[in-house]
Ligand binder design. Structure first.
Ligand code: ZN
Length: 251
């Protein structure tokens, strides 16, 4: 099974045709992630419209910095109230790239709130960690999170290894076409811990990505691991099923 474990379908002008193109290219599951309260409704609608689409609902660590305390609490309430309709809590996490000390603290506090919601609902978390990889891992470990997807987590070998040891899943995307360091990290991640993603519609080398790129990402991972594309599709597909589809269909 080919699955795009992380993208943002509602950011496309015509998400319907994006899904159709993905299905045509062989992709049979797509997890669309919400980053702010406005994204939650449209993503849930898409997940109801297409059997191939599931969705994660949450508040992105960068987006939350432009919200006041009342708005953040309203977002938390919204996620809680619609949790039963979603496959996961995401995209949540911490991003210290442009955050000052107070903002880092706020991100950590909100991250903990969402991880606790996911654990309570027995749903996976989809985590964005940038310049905060170690910090995110230690919070997840401390809180005993078990169903964890670390998206685009291929910046540092040692963090990826730690995540594998903790039993978390790591996704890799189109960055491995052009960034040898990320490709090298992916080489060291066992297929049993890997997921494929596009982070669409993020641009790579001037081209807007789409979930229909997943077969190419799969082929690149196969080349890096020295195995067939079928093996990568099989193993990453099983990982996706174990992490998200159970969360979507079972209480
Ligand atoms: Zn994303």
């Amino acid at each position: 099974m080919l699955a795009d474990s992380h993208c943002h379908l509602d950011w496309f002008r015509e998400p319907e045709s994006v899904v159709q193109r993905a299905v045509k290219s062989g992709v049979s599951a797509i997890l669309s992630n919400s980053t702010s309260p406005e994204n939650i409704g449209p993503n849930l609608e898409l997940s109801k419209k297409f059997k191939e689409v599931g969705c994660a609902i949450g508040l992105h660590p960068v987006d939350l910095l432009s919200l006041g305390e009342a708005q953040i609490m309203a977002a938390v309430k919204l996620v809680e109230s619609r949790m039963h309709e979603a496959a996961a809590v995401g995209e949540i996490g911490m991003d210290f790239k442009h955050a000052n000390a107070a903002q880092k603290k706020l991100q950590e506090r909100v991250f903990r709130v969402f991880v606790a919601i996911a654990i309570g609902a027995k749903k996976p978390v989809v985590v964005h960690a940038r310049f905060a990889e170690k910090e995110c891992l230690s919070i997840l470990e401390e809180m005993n999170a078990e169903k964890v997807h670390l998206h685009w987590f291929t910046n540092f070998h040692e963090n990826a290894q730690k995540a594998v040891e903790l039993g978390y899943f790591i996704s890799c995307g189109p960055i491995i076409f052009s960034d040898p360091a990320s490709a090298e990290v992916v080489k060291g991640i066992p297929l049993e811990s890997l997921l494929l993603e596009t982070d669409a519609p993020v641009f790579f080398k001037g081209k807007q990505s789409e979930p229909s790129w997943i077969p190419e990402v799969c082929a690149k991972v196969a080349e890096l691991h020295g195995v067939s594309s079928e093996e990568v599709a099989g193993k990453t597909g099983r990982n996706f099923e174990a992490l998200f589809l159970k969360g979507r269909f079972l209480p």
